[in-house]
Design a protein around this ligand. Structure first.
Ligand code: C2O
Length: 512
């Protein structure tokens, strides 16, 4: 089937947190924007009509875009921006993936308000999920960040100065666009209400659309069974806390099994980056789970807070997920053509961050301590070379070691690859040590992701098969870092047939 939408991107007047009404950029006058729901195998057609004052593009985060690389959306990578007053039609298939993905603006910091869910149901519909119990209902839960300032202006400040400290922390965390009533002067109509019935099962499709903040997600007195992440099914995993980094999604079943009442769902920051303590809002972004039959005025209960620097809890969640192995699904490649060792540095003396990749034979000596604090004149901090484009042969198998460094502080960079899922074979802390890590690679049921939250002060090993010709962005999904250049592009060459080659660009592809 064809699923067709028109996205009118334009001004929306909105008032949150007691601020006078102000104008944000939003799709179809809504925050979040519309949910695109399709079935596996469908064709999605979205007409973007840019009525906003800004250049615009939309990225379909996690969609493989096989045969449709021109629809991927990152500005200046696969397309020039759609100028104010102009249109562009995104046309692509959603095949070989099921679950929750999302879409967002891929230019400036405009994805702060230009985002929404992309739900891919099985071909057979919701009855065909490979997990049980079958949910009675589904609910999209999009975590976000809200700034009282104009995000386009914020981006200009960061970009023109190269100074991320000019990116102020968000004024609030949001759930489905609303901050919740724990913030000063945040009214009840700025709280999202999720109505449930006792003992029914809900499939929560949780998306982290925040610009710069990984989040812990909890619902008071309820637990989750995680059944998917990044639109790939996982082995069911029981937990009372979900860690979700910007760019990632988690599908979790929740049974409304608590006493009739009202309960907070809460999003709180995970950020171990700042040694001197948090410089961001410590208020939970909240929504309310309200049972049928509860008295509307009951004060909801809050879930116990996970500390902002609780790396153990974050790592436990992220490293315990494994894939649900299903017949006919791709399995992890056991041989590797190309190995890459990737670190983040400041590049040259222009103080822009860059991805620095080295082939294994050329890697720095093991004695190099990536987790040490980098001083200003340190080669760890400033490198004279960085990788911008890396060419891969069609069907080449790539293994990447993503090593976090400590440029300013230890951080967990959420590294996102366009055009592919990759398998996460192993993750750990400190300096990557191949001899110790390789025997622990999960080559049986590693989780599939399009975004990996590389452990803070640590590393992750991923593999993928370059079976999708095109230009594919790989970057940190913290927008503050992406803007400083923490990204690179894979150029995947054409395969032997027309089907495995990049098609000609569509007629309406915007010109620069
Ligand atoms: Cu969701 Cu290039 O990003």
């Amino acid at each position: 089937a064809v699923v067709e939408h028109t996205f009118n991107v334009g001004n929306l007047s909105i008032s949150q947190l007691c601020q006078p009404a102000r104008i944000i950029t939003a799709v179809n006058g809504r925050l979040p924007g519309p949910t695109v729901e399709a079935r596996e195998g469908d064709t999605v057609v979205v007409h973007l009509v840019n009525e906003s004052p800004y250049n615009m593009t939309i990225h379909w985060h996690g969609v493989f875009q096989r045969g449709s690389p021109w629809a991927d959306g990152p500005a200046m990578v696969t397309q020039c921006p759609v100028k104010p007053g102009a249109n562009y039609t995104y046309r692509f298939n959603v095949t070989d993936q099921e679950g929750t993905l999302w879409w967002h603006a891929h230019i400036s910091f405009l994805r702060a308000t230009v985002y929404g869910a992309l739900v891919i149901l099985p071909r057979g519909g919701a009855g065909a999920y490979p997990f049980s119990p079958k949910p009675h209902r589904e609910e999209t839960v999009i975590l976000g960040e809200w700034w009282n300032a104009n995000v386009y202006d914020l981006q200009q400040q960061v970009f023109l100065t190269g100074d991320t400290t000019r990116m102020p922390p968000a004024d609030a965390y949001t759930i489905n666009g609303k901050p919740g009533d724990l913030y000063n002067c945040s009214a009840a109509n700025q709280t999202y209400n999720f109505r449930v019935r006792s003992n029914e099962t809900y499939l929560l499709r949780i998306i982290n659309a925040a610009l710069n903040t990984p989040m812990f997600f909890k619902v008071a007195n309820h637990t989750f069974t995680v059944v998917g992440a990044d639109a790939a099914y996982t082995t069911p995993y029981e937990t009372d806390v979900v860690l979700i980094a910007p760019g990632q999604t988690v599908d979790a079943l929740m049974v409304a099994g608590a006493a009739v009442g009202r309960y907070y769902m809460a999003a709180s920051p995970y950020d171990s980056a700042i040694p001197q303590g948090p410089q961001f809002s410590m208020t939970n972004g909240t929504a309310i789970v309200e049972y049928a039959g509860s008295a509307g005025e009951d004060k909801p209960q809050l879930p116990p807070r996970t500390e902002y620097n609780d790396t153990d809890t974050a790592f436990r969640f992220l490293s315990n997920l494994t894939a649900l192995v299903l017949p006919g699904k791709p399995t992890v490649p056991l041989s590797v053509d190309t190995r890459m060792f990737v670190t983040a540095h400041y590049y040259g003396d222009d103080a822009s961050a860059g991805v620095y990749t080295r082939d294994f034979p050329d890697r720095p000596p093991v004695i190099f301590d990536y987790t040490a604090v980098a001083s200003d004149n340190d080669t760890l901090k400033y490198t004279t070379k960085s990788t911008k484009v890396r060419t891969l042969r069609y069907n080449e198998t790539v293994e990447m070691v993503l090593q976090n460094t400590r440029l300013i502080a230890k951080e967990s960079h959420p590294m996102h690859l366009h055009g592919f899922n990759f398998f996460v074979l192993a993750q750990g802390f400190g300096n990557y040590d191949e001899a110790a890590a390789a025997p622990r690679f999960n080559l049986v049921n590693p989780q599939e992701r399009n975004t990996v939250a590389v452990p803070t002060g640590g590393w992750a090993v991923i593999r993928f098969v370059a079976n999708n010709p095109g230009m594919w962005f790989m970057h940190c999904h913290f927008d503050a870092h992406l803007d400083l250049g923490l990204g690179m592009v894979f150029e995947v060459q054409d395969g032997p047939t027309a089907e495995t080659s990049v098609p000609p660009p569509p007629m309406d592809l915007p010109q620069c």
